[in-house]
Design a protein around this ligand. Structure first.
Ligand SMILES: *Cc1c(COP(=O)(O)O)cnc(C)c1O
Length: 401
């Protein structure tokens, strides 16, 4: 019986859920990563928008060690001071009123979806629906993948969770029409910039338009800032680029722990109040270690004004890319905000990430044809130059004929 299947034994005992590149990264230092052969790579992905402060940050290493020696876990049967402090910080940064601390992005989304269902039932809507966008990504739990606008992550997992209505991303009129025609829609869930969907920023005015549509129809505006949040786009949260906009619910995760698993769902007071003792919970979520790291991440980001740095270096990298790719056939669009940048190409270019890896640069390709750059927010100009030079050289090699 043992090792009877060909794939098992030689390769891996892991579920085969990832098309992994044949590289083992075993050590990091700032924006640099090192493999088990001692080769060095410039990280332009941050473990998918997670390690915004870079790798092996000494202050994070110190608090992890300190907290591990004091207390790792108590469960939410008692007060956890680090969790309360983290909620206060997140509310202060976002303008929202309360936070539920979870372990991941998908868990933060689950909390948001449960808030929307409670909001519906409190309003007397028995068969509620949540408006979601085409090409959206909200995670891999059954509810989160049901909310996502991506057929490949849903394939073979039916029946999906009910209660989602989908409209084209970025088209305000379509969302307004859906809300006007379907009184069972109680919330909108949307990313301010779609990440997995190809680094697509919402058009100017879209979020503000959704905000007023939600107000007209007593619907909740729920923003998924799991990828865009924590300074990535040049503000603490991407919705803060829109003057005086405030969502009812927001999800955060990825960069909040810089690699320590953590997520959070934030809400306005009246919305958070829909979840009462016993109605939602988590064993690990909000433990002292993860929250201590989240607090230190925020402290470092505040001290070094990391969002402003992301805006500045992001503009710089965007300019370098545009200059280096000027007139290059095959480049459809270079777009994004802060250090969340996509280069859309005219055809599928999955192998470019392998070529970049071979040249010592870690990038990602999403939707088949869009190079996605999510470098640590601490990169300097020289590192931005290197990213732009390698990416544009690989693109030109392929498309300049
Ligand atoms: C990564 C991501 C998620 C899922 O987060 P996990 O921590 O992987 O569960 C949800 N929404 C967006 C926008 C993301 O980028």
């Amino acid at each position: 019986m043992a090792n009877s299947e060909a794939a098992v034994g030689t390769a891996s005992r892991l579920f085969d859920t990832y098309a992994r590149m044949p590289v083992s990264l075993i050590r990091g230092d700032g924006a640099w990563l090192y493999d088990d052969q001692g080769r060095r790579y410039l990280d332009a992905l941050s473990g998918i928008a997670v390690c915004s402060l870079g790798h092996a940050h000494p202050r994070l290493a110190r608090v992890i060690g300190e907290q591990a020696a004091i207390l790792l876990h108590t469960a939410n049967i008692v007060h956890i001071p680090q969790q309360s402090d983290l909620a206060t910080e997140l509310c202060d940064l976002s303008g929202l009123d309360r936070a539920f601390i979870a372990n991941s992005g998908a868990e933060a989304i689950e909390c948001a979806l449960k808030l929307a269902r409670r909001h519906a039932h409190a309003r007397g809507v028995d068969n509620p629906a949540i408006l979601v966008a085409s090409d959206s990504f909200h995670g891999r739990t059954l509810a989160a993948l049901s909310a996502s606008g991506n057929a490949s992550i849903q394939a073979g997992f039916g029946p999906l969770v009910e209660g989602f209505v989908r409209v084209p991303f970025g088209e305000l009129a379509a969302a307004e029409k859906a809300l006007a025609e379907n009184s069972s829609i109680v919330a909108i869930l949307v990313e301010p910039i779609q990440g997995e969907g190809g680094v697509r920023p919402a058009p100017a005015g879209y979020l503000a338009g959704l905000r007023s549509a939600c107000d007209r129809h007593q619907a909740l505006l729920m923003l998924d800032e799991i990828q865009t949040g924590m300074g990535r786009t040049g503000r603490w949260f991407a919705f803060q680029h829109e003057p005086s906009l405030l969502p009812d619910v927001m999800t955060v995760a990825k960069a909040l722990g810089n690699g320590m698993p953590i997520g959070a769902c934030l809400a306005r007071e009246s919305v958070a109040a829909l979840l009462t003792p016993g109605s939602h919970g988590t064993t690990f979520g909000g433990n002292p270690l993860a929250c201590r790291v989240g607090l230190e991440v925020i402290a470092i980001m505040r001290e070094q004004d990391i969002p402003a740095r992301a805006a500045r270096i992001g503009n710089y990298l965007m300019e370098r890319l545009k200059a280096a790719l000027d007139g290059c056939p095959g480049v459809v669009e270079i777009r994004g905000r802060g250090l969340m940048i996509g280069v859309e190409l005219a055809e599928a270019v999955g192998e470019l990430k392998d070529q970049a890896m071979a040249e010592g640069l870690i990038i990602n390709v999403t939707r088949g044809n869009t190079i996605r750059l999510l470098p640590p927010l601490i990169i300097d100009e020289a590192q931005a130059d290197e990213i732009a030079a390698t990416v544009s050289r690989l693109i030109r090699q392929r498309f300049d004929r």
